[in-house]
Design a protein around this ligand. Structure first.
Ligand SMILES: C[S@@+](CC[C@H](N)C(=O)[O-])C[C@H]1O[C@@H](n2cnc3c(N)ncnc32)[C@H](O)[C@@H]1O
Length: 205
C-alpha cells in the first residue's frame, strides 16, 4: 500500500486516542508561543491554513485571535473530532498535496508535525501545493522531528504504523526550493520523546 494512504488509514483508526494523548503531552505554552510568533510574521487580519490540523486546537486558537483560518486534514476521523470539539472553526477533509483552494488564497500556512508524515521524496509535492495557495512572500511555519531517518514506525501510544521522516535543519533547507527558511527554533522539551524544530519560511517571489 502507498505509505501516505497507509498513514492516513492509521490516523483514522487512532484519532480518538491520539487526540486525548495530545491534550496531555507537550509544552502547550511553547507551542502557542510559536503560533503567536507566526502571526507576528503575517499582516494584520491574515488568512491562514492549518495543514494537518488533527483535533483542530491550533485552528481554534488562531480563530480566537481573530484570524480567518481553516484547518485541513486527510483523516476524516480527525476532522469529525475537530468539528465536534470546535464547532466555531472551519475544517475540511483534504490532503495537503492537493487542496481545493484557489491560487494565493492565504497569507500564511501552519503545519505542525504534519509534513513529517510524508516520505522525503513526496515533500516537494506538498511544498508546490502550499506555494500555490499562499501569496508570494507568504509565510509557512512548520515543525518537524530532528533526525535523519525515514520509514514506518509505531508510536508510544499505539501499534498502528505511520510513516515518519526526520530531518536536520540543513537537510530541510536543501529540500525546500520554493520556500526559504529565515528563522527556526528548537522546542526546549522533548514531545513524546522527540526533539522538534519549528521553522519559518518565506515563499520565494
Ligand atoms: C502528528 S499529527 C499533528 C496534528 C496537529 N497538527 C498537532 O500539532 O497537534 C499529524 C496530522 O497531520 C495529518 N496529515 C498527515 N499527512 C497529511 C497529508 N498529506 N494531508 C493532510 N493531513 C495530513 C494527520 O492526519 C494528523 O492529523
Amino acid at each position: 500500500m502507498d505509505p501516505v494512504e497507509k498513514t492516513r488509514a492509521a490516523y483514522d483508526k487512532i484519532a480518538e486516542e491520539y487526540c486525548k494523548k495530545t491534550e496531555e503531552e507537550g509544552d502547550r505554552a511553547f507551542h502557542e508561543k510559536m503560533l503567536d510568533k507566526t502571526l507576528n510574521y503575517l499582516p494584520s487580519d491574515p488568512r491562514v491554513i492549518d495543514l494537518g490540523c488533527g483535533d483542530g486546537r491550533d485552528t481554534d486558537y488562531l480563530r480566537k485571535k481573530d484570524v480567518d483560518v481553516v484547518g485541513i486534514d486527510f483523516s476524516k476521523k480527525m476532522i469529525s473530532i475537530a468539528r465536534e470539539k470546535y464547532p466555531g472553526s472551519s475544517f475540511i477533509v483534504s490532503d495537503i498535496r492537493d487542496t481545493v483552494f484557489p491560487d494565493d488564497t492565504f497569507h500564511g500556512a501552519w503545519a505542525s508535525a504534519s509534513l513529517i508524515n510524508l516520505p522525503k521524496s513526496k515533500l516537494s509535492h506538498a511544498e508546490k501545493e502550499i506555494y500555490r495557495i499562499v501569496e508570494p512572500g507568504g509565510v509557512l511555519c512548520f515543525s518537524f522531528k530532528k533526525g535523519e531517518r525515514e520509514g514506518f514506525e509505531t508510536s508510544v501510544m499505539d501499534e498502528h504504523e505511520r510513516y515518519y521522516s526526520y530531518y536536520t535543519l540543513d537537510e530541510m533547507k536543501e529540500y525546500l526550493t520554493l520556500f526559504e527558511i529565515f528563522d527556526s527554533e528548537r522546542c526546549p522539551e522533548k514531545v513524546f520523546g522527540y526533539d522538534f524544530i519549528y521553522c519559518w519560511a518565506k515563499a520565494r517571489r
